[in-house]
Design a protein around this ligand. Structure first.
Ligand code: FES
Ligand SMILES: [Fe+2]
Length: 458
């Protein structure tokens, strides 16, 4: 790809064409957990957090009534950092000269001014709409004065809190290369390959910490197969993608025998979210929030279509690999992502551990450099989705520049289409895999205590 095009699709700061596209969508800005005093005791007294989103410095806080405020961080007086502000219940007071702002950005006091000064009335700090969904605080950073779109009702947001768990982590690289791993159906056969299989019984009822260790739906010769074995033994999938109201639906077919085909259906929700199956009843929806051009927070929501999830256990499992309060991974470039050459010879294809496969993806995208040099790559058939997604993004940039609406931004009429979308991983009859997976998806939905029929199953 040409250097100018690569620049166009990676830079997201204020005023950039791609930044204008991303500002048309609700963006995750914090986990509710970050404001939980059990995880961060300072939050009991002072629920205030500096956040950086799309290369903008903001401050997120909660007032005494529990209302969220998300404001530009630079004080409108002379620019000091409001994330150091004094939390006074009804607002945040800048420590430099005492100006005070409420959650809507209204200036309540300018105490250094003469009594009766009207200065407050002419000052307004920019504030951004905020909404809570599935353990995540989302914000809308669209043009001032424009209206946010309806919030999509994807499964991970429609499921009750008892059936979802959210977590996040920082990656030191550009958002697009982070997203391009998740929508790459070829990589699990290699990057996440385990050289030996664990017995399926060892997975128990906690598939959340055992990605690709769970069984595929269906059977092969009467036997259930872990996903990882199929990925390992059939490593050259036929990959295709189709346009959907929310973005792209991805199909990866692994022809096992003349009678059986492994089908993996995953979803790319434009502009930076994927949905993949973890087991027959658990999915991960992962968003890739650009912090700035060279840092990305991934936000994952685990969604159960069966029983409630054990949030405490899932959190504990992930905190083993993460530093609070900023959700920094313990492994990274500084320790060569935990690379172990002996493990690479005997246990895994990559050699970076078996318990936290997230670090595999982290290595893949961080080792490319903060912004991958896309002028030097050589794309093949297995990169079709990457190519299709870049085209979609380039087109969305053109559309927004021409004053239009990019994919998946729902208006009231379209909001109903922003549901589902379905994912499957299973061994299907070779001739009828297309009907088979839809039937499995329907059965999963019918069996869920909460799920509604998606608007477009096809
Ligand atoms: S800079 Fe904030 S009150 Fe002066
Ligand atoms: Fe991966």
């Amino acid at each position: 790809m040409r250097a100018e095009q690569a620049e166009l699709i990676t830079r997201i700061g204020p005023g950039t064409p791609c930044g204008a596209v991303l500002r048309r969508y609700w963006q995750p800005v914090a986990l509710l957990d970050e404001f939980d005093p059990r995880l961060d005791p300072s939050m009991a007294r002072r629920p205030v957090k500096a956040v950086r989103v799309l290369a903008q410095d903001l401050v997120l806080f909660r007032d005494a009534r529990g209302d969220w405020g998300l404001l530009d961080r630079a004080c409108p007086h002379r620019g000091a950092d409001l994330s150091f502000g004094r939390h006074e219940g009804d607002g945040l007071r800048c420590p430099f000269h005492g100006w005070k702002f409420d959650v809507a950005g209204r200036c309540l006091e300018t105490p250094a001014e003469p009594a009766g000064s009207p200065l407050c009335n002419s000052v307004r700090q920019r504030s951004y709409p905020v909404i809570e969904r599935s353990g995540i605080v989302f914000a809308w950073l669209g043009e001032p004065g424009s209206t946010p779109p309806p919030f999509p009702e994807f499964d991970c947001f429609a499921a009750p809190s008892s059936h979802t768990f959210a977590f996040k982590g920082l990656w030191n690289c550009n958002w697009l290369q982070a997203f391009e791993v998740g929508i790459d159906p070829a990589h699990p056969s290699f990057l996440h390959r385990f050289l030996q299989d664990e017995p399926l019984e060892a997975i128990g009822d906690n598939p959340a910490g055992k990605q690709f260790r769970s069984a595929s739906a269906g059977a092969f010769g009467g036997e259930r197969w872990p996903m990882t074995r199929i990925m390992r033994e059939f490593h050259s999938p036929e990959i295709s993608c189709e346009s959907r109201p929310w973005g792209l639906q991805l199909t990866a077919l692994r022809r096992m025998t003349a009678e059986l085909t492994h089908v993996r259906i995953t979803q790319a929700i434009f502009p930076h979210t994927f949905v993949i199956p973890l087991s027959e009843t658990l999915t991960i929806t992962q968003m890739h929030l650009p912090v700035d051009d060279t840092h990305t927070y991934w936000y994952s929501v685990f969604t159960s279509f069966a029983g409630p999830v054990d949030k405490e256990a899932m959190r504990e499992q992930r905190l083993r690999f993460t530093e609070l309060p900023d959700y920094l991974p313990k492994s990274g470039r500084h320790n060569r992502w935990g690379f172990n050459p002996d493990e690479q010879l005997t246990r895994t294809f990559l050699g970076m551990g078996e318990d936290d496969i997230n670090v595999h993806d982290q290595w893949a995208i961080e080792s490319m450099g903060a912004i991958q040099d896309r002028t030097r790559e050589h794309l093949g058939m297995s990169d079709r989705v990457i190519i299709a997604n870049r085209r979609l993004l380039l087109k969305a940039i053109e559309t927004v520049q021409a004053g239009g609406t990019p994919p998946g931004v729902a208006d009231a009429a379209q909001a109903h289409a922003m549901r589902g979308p379905d994912t499957v991983d299973g061994i299907a009859p070779a001739q009828t895999w297309a009907d088979w997976w839809q039937e499995r998806a329907r059965a999963k939905r019918t069996g869920a205590p909460w799920a509604a029929e998606p608007a477009s199953a096809k």
